[in-house]
Design a protein around this ligand. Structure first.
Ligand code: ADP
Ligand code: MG
Length: 702
């Protein structure tokens, strides 16, 4: 936090962002208005105007210490990419001038060949280009002006996560506008989705982190006995934040605020060393950019404090993992939240229709939503007893559920009105929008005026989940609009449609405890998907019904979907293989030698005692030696098996087959090796253990 007398937050908030305030101050009226039009309506910016925007941007960036610029984008690696070019250009007198043209602003040409494309490049044009997304403000990071861009091949195939996200937002906008027109909202120009992602993370000590190859190579611990104290006391959640963490959070907030990121709430999470940071929600593509940037800054600032920020979904076994809650809503340019119940009967009917659109979308495209968050890391989390299950269901709360039931059955609503609800005539009874008493076990929960999709992993880009969600809702809205636009009796058609939607999709509604084993059985009975792992989920991306919907709304081409399917499964395989290799390495080079060393010490101690006096039993030493020797043998055997299995995979070409082989043969062997090693840790002296333990890591930051 800034010290007394230094600048206040409002004075430095967004100081590293080329935002509206800077645009207004540095651009001529004409250029400013054209740029705003481009931002609002996506109109193409004339080259001469682009030159002026670029010049103003460069001057502002240089004034703020920048020497370079980069097109900042989100390739399918899941990280952000940037290639820095300096502004300098030689001048005739031997010096340099700082230059940046409109062309350089609008389009860039990174070398696309080393980014994953999942076969697109074989099928299409080899080169890719980046294209400026003027709706997301440029910002300065270090000494570089970063320009948010989309990344496409020259034949127009998306090679990134932003492009399909923008397309999905456009698809939803188009269909939502059709519906809004039918309800007489003639003045609405656009509908945008907004997201507020709550980000969970772990903070651990950097020195300890560096001693653990598993954390360094894979972001999660692959070995580690449970500490005597875990999260069972439930004393960490919302608990007092330790001073080192407070200092980190203050510094982090400062950095984020300078970048115009509305970091708002922070608190301890359920697990020890786990925390959460939530920004105030904003337009989805901007929220996605901000979240990527936020994850990067979180890690960078941590290092300054000799800490490491872990964004992995499951850094510690037996301790809660980290997720990202995706709070999502739709609103018009006039500020009307379409998921907020209104004051008039018409507004309420409209609200119910949008609500039904989401319910239908989530039910019809359960598999797409599930696979949008599927990664090797998140597989450890979903379905464990702490995160939403792999089954998707919707929580609406008792009141709203009762209202929908009353509408479906045509029976009186037992709440405040005590009469049969007639849409378009009656005002919905006011139901409490209680944000505190909520079901936290639901994967997809209505929280008063937004939905919270809770299955995202902490390291996931939010783009993936939101492009699927937007597309699926666009599809529901399209089906509704097609019907309503041609309806002879609007009100009757609307009524019937809402009733029918509730009837057909109520099986996805579930207000109970999602962690409960009985729910999984019930869900299966209801015919809901239970796609437990990434190999189970990912192939559904190519199901006809999904391909049809996504291509119809222009969110993906078929080739793009094929490539993404390939890339996501490839990521899964690579991740697990690296983990397996890291385990083999740690077991052989660190754990087994340490355990053997300790066993030898104990054996030597026993021998010395016996030499002193034969009658000393030495049962303690001998017992440990026996147990540890057996465990060493077991570890060696399991290591061999794991290594052999991993090597054997090299022969498997087909990606789906490989992913299943990894899931069914590698992961269980990893578990078996870990089990032996964790048991050895239990029996080995702390002083002999080769790296920091769970206790050290989880309780090491004060
Ligand atoms: P929680 O209890 O889960 O922390 P909050 O009400 O604090 O819930 O909100 C969490 C996130 O939801 C924040 O990022 C907040 O900005 C965001 N949010 C609030 N309203 C909306 C909305 N209408 N659309 C999208 N996100 C929203
Ligand atoms: Mg939440």
């Amino acid at each position: 936090m800034k010290k007394e007398g230094m600048n206040s937050v409002p004075s430095y908030f967004g100081s590293l962002v080329f935002d509206d305030r800077v645009m207004r101050a540095t651009l001529s009226g004409e250029v400013y208005h054209s740029l705003k039009k481009t931002i609002r309506e996506g109109a193409k910016l004339d080259v001469s105007l682009a030159n002026q925007v670029a010049a103003a941007m460069k001057d502002w960036a240089v004034e703020n210490g920048a020497t370079h610029y980069t097109h900042w984008f989100q390739p399918l690696t899941g990280f952000t990419a940037e290639k820095h070019d300096s502004f300098i250009s030689p001048s005739p007198d031997g010096g340099v001038i700082m230059e940046f043209s409109g062309k350089e602003l609008i389009q860039g040409e990174p070398d696309a060949s080393s980014f994953p494309s999942g076969g697109i490049r074989a099928t299409f044009e080899a080169r890719g280009y980046t294209a400026w997304d003027p709706t997301s403000y440029a910002f300065i990071k270090g000494k570089t002006l970063c320009i948010p861009t989309a990344f496409c091949s020259y034949s127009g195939e998306a090679l990134d996560k932003k492009t399909p996200l923008l397309r999905s937002m456009e698809a939803l906008n188009k269909q939502a506008l059709r519906i809004l027109k039918l309800f007489g909202n003639e003045d609405v120009k656009s509908v945008r989705t907004s997201v507020g992602p709550e980000q969970e993370y772990f903070l651990i000590d950097k020195e300890m982190y560096e001693k653990r190859k598993d954390l360094v190579y894979t972001g999660r611990t692959l070995f580690g006995m449970k500490p005597p104290k875990g999260q069972e006391m439930e004393d960490h959640y919302f608990g007092v934040i330790p001073p080192r963490v407070t200092a980190y959070m203050e510094d982090l907030n400062d950095e984020l605020w300078k970048l115009g990121i509305l970091a708002k709430t922070e608190h301890n999470e359920v697990a020890p060393a786990q925390h959460e940071l939530a920004p105030i929600y904003t337009t989805t593509n901007i929220a996605a950019d901000h979240n990527q940037l936020m994850m990067e800054i979180m890690q960078k600032v941590a290092l300054k404090h000799d800490l490491v920020c872990l964004l992995h979904e499951k850094p510690f076994a037996g301790v809660n993992g980290s997720g990202k809650h995706n709070n999502w809503s739709m609103a018009t340019d006039k500020g009307m939240n379409l998921l907020s119940p209104g004051e008039t009967p018409y507004e309420n009917a409209q609200f119910l229709l949008f609500l039904c659109a989401v319910i239908k979308a989530v039910d019809d495209y359960q598999d797409l939503l599930r696979l949008s968050v599927a990664t090797a890391g998140n597989d450890h989390r979903l379905g464990a007893n702490e995160a939403p299950p792999a089954v998707i269901s919707i929580f609406l709360g008792d009141e709203l559920t009762a209202i929908l039931q009353a509408i479906e059955s045509g029976k009186p609503y037992a709440g405040t009105t005590k009469k049969i609800m007639k849409l378009g005539v009656d005002v919905l009874p006011k139901f409490p929008r209680d944000n505190t008493d909520r079901n936290r076990t639901s994967p997809f929960a209505f929280t008063g005026n937004k939905f919270e999709f809770r299955m995202l992993g902490s390291s996931n880009s939010i783009s993936c989940a939101n492009m699927m969600l937007n597309a699926a809702v666009a599809e529901s809205l399209k089906i509704f609009a097609d019907k309503l636009e041609t309806a002879k009796d609007f009100e009757k058609t609307l009524n019937d449609m809402i009733k029918k939607t509730i009837k057909e999709h109520k099986h996805i509604l579930f207000n109970g405890n999602g962690y409960d084993e009985s729910w999984i059985k019930e869900a299966e009975k209801r015919g809901l998907h239970n796609l437990k792992t990434t190999p189970d989920a990912m192939p559904h991306l190519l199901d006809e019904h999904n391909v049809k919907m996504l291509t119809a709304h222009g969110v993906f081409t078929e080739a793009e979907l094929k490539s993404r399917h390939e890339i996501m499964l490839e990521n899964y395989c690579k991740t697990v293989i690296i983990e397996a290799q890291t385990m083999v390495d740690m077991a052989r080079k660190e754990i087994i030698p340490a355990v053997e060393g300790y066993a030898s010490k104990m054996a030597a101690a026993a021998a010395r005692k016996k030499a002193l006096d034969k009658s000393i039993a030495c049962s303690y030493e001998i017992g440990i030696v026996k147990k540890l020797s057996a465990l060493s043998d077991e570890m060696e055997q399991k290591t061999e098996e794991l290594e052999k299995e991993t090597d054997g995979l090299k022969a498997v070409e087909e990606i789906k087959e490989k992913a299943f082989a990894i899931r069914d043969h590698i992961l269980p062997k990893m578990d078996a090796l870990r089990e032996a090693a964790d048991e050895a840790e239990r029996l080995t002296a702390k002083s002999e253990w080769p790296f920091p333990t769970y206790g050290d890591l989880l309780f090491g930051v004060r």
